[in-house]
Ligand binder design. Sequence first.
Ligand code: SF4
Length: 94
Amino acid sequence: MSGTFPAWMRSAACRDEDPDLFFGPDTERAGDRLRRERQASAVCSRCPVRAECLRYALARPEKHGFWGGMPEEERAAERRRAGRRAAEHRRAAA
Ligand code: SF4
């Protein structure tokens, strides 16, 4: 891994896994996707840097792939929740 990647990536449980497990094709069928994401989730569940990975993905426009144990839709939902929480904090502070 090159120096341009965050240090935590060196400890990633997916480091030696097939990237296709985490990034499915656009044309993937629902059942195939579910199976693939279950396998990816199993890898993430034993990853020592899962929290770092998820924070990284949520803080960036990483719209594709399975990061930090979360598929794309769950991360998008988490971003929306974080946006609502931030708006509530701003309103409360005003
Ligand atoms: S949480 Fe999952 S996607 Fe993230 S580094 Fe670990 S194994 Fe890879």
